[in-house]
Design a protein around this ligand. Structure first.
Ligand SMILES: NC(=O)c1ccc[n+]([C@@H]2O[C@H](COP(=O)([O-])OP(=O)(O)OC[C@H]3O[C@@H](n4cnc5c(N)ncnc54)[C@H](O)[C@@H]3O)[C@@H](O)[C@H]2O)c1
Length: 421
């Protein structure tokens, strides 16, 4: 009998399964954790509701949790990020209930979240805090049964910290994003590469010689800026944080306000976690043919309602994931992937090799939460540093990279104050 689900089509499963196996080859750390979980069953009897991008890498995480004895259901964390073949394979091959269809409308997205919560989770696993938010707003009866949660991304962590500061958070949550083996690699190298991948798949434009404006110089945006430069683009960075702006300047980028960048950019990419970073006054001065996209968590970084209101008529879908808006003066402006995370909308999200570390953190965070929930307050915690370092060590080992170890003399030297000049 097939487990409960709402996916595009179950007959897509064979292709999804091959792709899940392909990703697994590049996830050696998660594989090691899965092997241990299969023996020790640390998640036995634990119900997990996961709200994550339904990709090949997530399939490997969910499979790992299942190997650890958890009873997992999965729902999408974005209406456009689901890989329908993976969703089908999880249902038929791995017997995981999945509620996710690429391109689902907002109503369906929330219906799916609701169904994932009907699972009555002990642990929530979020990417953007939509599960936690829905529980606190509409499903408070579930709070008593929840031991804790984990959160994957920067925007989710910001939302959770705001809840904790308000005294509104009803259970402890581990901010997986704050692990160094997560944001230093996933956000920077993963988002950097996959955002360029999404832009190129959606548009097939040449980046060499193009003026690319990157909003932000945080973990994701610095990855994007550096990858775009590597492809030969002239990259401009916009920032609001003086330190980050200074870093961008000293890394060799032109830095200026968006008002100045708007009329000279050919391609605009936002990844700030902020709202209306590209707004009405920028659309008014952009070049004919300008392209805009977002890789931040929510589709609010480009003011899409203002763009729609300024344009004449309805946008034309000139290619898949490319909407063309015509301004009253005849300029054509382009929006990719409805302003949603372009790397997941038009490409496949991060490569498995970085998700290996992110999801190793997720699996170990779930185990840690089960073992320690009774000692934690209703606050946001980070993954313990020793687990973070263990993941880094395992990753290096898997890559065949060896490093030095401190000698006793060096250890003593680095921990004393007496010896100087
Ligand atoms: N696409 C993906 O797959 C993916 C992966 C990881 C994170 N994210 C999301 O990307 C976003 C950024 O995450 P991060 O880890 O890079 O965060 P971060 O905090 O490291 O960086 C955000 C940067 O944006 C800057 N900023 C804020 N408002 C700005 C504005 N108006 N103009 C210019 N710069 C501005 C901040 O000063 C900061 O330096 C979040 O929404 C996060 O959830 C997406």
């Amino acid at each position: 009998m097939t487990v409960e689900h709402d996916v595009r089509a179950l007959d897509l499963a064979p292709g999804g399964r091959y792709r899940i196996e392909w990703a697994e080859q590049d996830m050696p750390v998660l594989r090691q954790i899965r092997e241990r979980f299969a023996q020790e069953k640390p998640l036995k009897g634990i119900r997990i509701s996961a709200c994550l991008h339904v990709t090949t890498e997530t399939a490997n995480l969910v499979h790992t949790l299942q190997a650890g004895g958890a009873d997992v259901v999965l729902t999408a964390s974005n209406p456009l990020s689901t890989q329908d073949d993976v969703a089908a394979a999880l249902v038929t091959q791995y017997e995981i209930p999945v509620y996710a269809i690429k391109g689902e409308d907002t109503q369906t997205y929330y219906d799916h979240i609701k169904r994932a919560l009907d699972h009555k989770p002990h642990i929530t696993m979020d990417d953007g805090a939509d599960l936690v938010s829905e529980i606190h707003k509409n499903r408070r009866e579930l709070l008593d049964g929840i031991l804790g949660g984990t959160e994957e991304t920067t925007t989710g962590v910001i939302r959770l910290r705001a809840m904790a500061a308000d005294g509104a958070l009803g259970f402890p949550v581990i901010a997986v994003n704050d692990s160094m083996t997560k944001h230093m690699f996933d956000n920077r190298y993963g988002t950097g590469q996959s955002t360029i991948d999404g832009i190129v798949r959606a548009t097939n434009v040449l980046l060499a010689g193009r003026t690319v404006v990157v909003a932000g110089y945080g973990w994701c945006s610095r990855g994007i800026a550096n990858r775009a430069r590597g492809m030969g683009a002239n990259v401009i960075v916009t920032e609001v944080d003086p330190l980050k702006a200074l870093e961008a300047v000293m890394d060799g980028f032109r830095v200026m306000p968006m008002d100045e960048a708007a009329p000279i950019g050919d391609l605009f990419v936002t990844a700030t976690g902020d709202i209306n970073v590209i707004d009405r006054q920028h659309f008014a001065v952009m070049k004919n043919g300008a392209i805009m996209c977002n890789s931040g968590h929510f589709n609010v970084e480009i003011n899409i309602p203002a763009l729609q209101a300024m344009a004449t008529g309805k946008p034309r879908l000139i290619r898949p994931f490319v909407e063309q808006f015509t301004m009253p003066d005849g300029r054509k402006l382009h929006l990719l992937g409805e302003g949603r995370l372009i790397n997941l909308a038009a490409a496949e999200g991060h490569p498995a090799s970085v998700m290996d570390m992110s999801f190793a953190n997720q699996a170990l965070a779930a185990e840690f939460m089960i073992q320690n929930h009774d000692k934690l307050q209703n606050q946001v915690y980070t993954v313990p540093e020793e687990l973070d370092m263990k993941i880094a060590r395992l990753k290096l080992e898997a890559m065949g990279v060896r490093i030095d170890t401190l000698t006793e003399e060096q250890f003593r030297y680095l921990n004393q104050w007496q010896e100087g000049t």
